[in-house]
Ligand binder design. Structure first.
Ligand code: ZN
Length: 233
């Protein structure tokens, strides 16, 4: 078990995104970083774990959307930012796989979508967060970082999306491949985001089989609270 392996976000910062803090000895590892306006809460979450931003040794990214990489700009520029090869190109904004403004506009009649859209605009949702630090790592291999994480390909939400598995702790940081709540959803508990959010909805559905195959006790999602590992997916 790590010294600290904690999920943050659902009640911190903007409340629209979540991230994970891993502490091992003096080293800190982050999984995702929230919206640009979550930066202060991100730094506070590292302090709450008894460390400082200077102790962060790397940032793992599930995917390159603004609500997951928005806090990178607040972190030291020398830090390695690790994701899949495909997602590194996405983070450099060589292409963009993201819900279109038109798809959102078509659903603004739904009160939950309208409230969420206003909230994410306020949280820095339109900020340019491209980052050239991103390095693609081999998936399926344990990395020599706090918690010895493994990148698990879970494509669909974006083509290069990965979940980060911490096998020794039984924790999976699932990003947006599997969430437990979202402001646009009435549902609570493990669920897929609605179709418009996925670059490839069929692939997103198929990635559920990947989660079923993982040995884990706890799910740390990209949106919503952490939960015990779901018995049914
Ligand atoms: Zn997200």
């Amino acid at each position: 078990m790590r010294d600290v392996l904690r999920h943050h976000g659902s009640r911190r910062g903007t409340g629209y995104a979540a991230w994970t803090v891993v502490v091992e000895g003096t080293d800190v590892l982050l999984v995702d970083t929230g919206f640009p306006d979550d930066a202060e809460a991100l730094v506070a979450s590292v302090a709450a774990a008894g460390r400082s931003v200077a102790d962060v040794v790397a940032v793992l990214v599930t995917h390159a959307h603004v609500d997951h990489v928005g806090g990178l700009a607040a972190l030291p520029t020398h830090l390695p930012v690790l994701c899949s090869q495909g997602e590194a190109a996405h983070l450099r904004r060589e292409f963009l796989e993201q819900v279109s403004p038109a798809a959102i506009a078509a659903r603004l009649w739904r009160p939950r979508v309208a409230r969420w859209a206003v909230g994410v605009l306020r949280a820095g949702g339109l900020r340019d967060v491209r980052d050239t630090r991103a390095v693609g790592v081999d998936t399926g291999e344990r990395l020599d970082l706090p918690g010895r994480p493994v990148a698990v390909p879970t494509p669909g939400h974006t083509s290069g999306h990965v979940a980060w598995h911490f096998p020794d702790d039984g924790v999976v940081a699932s990003g947006d491949a599997l969430v437990t709540a979202h402001p646009t959803s009435r549902l609570t508990g493990p669920q897929l985001l609605e179709e418009m959010f996925h670059h490839d909805p069929e692939a997103a559905e198929a990635s559920l089989a990947v989660f079923r195959s993982l040995d884990a006790d706890r799910l740390f999602p990209g949106h919503g609270p952490p939960v015990r590992w779901p018995s049914a997916l």
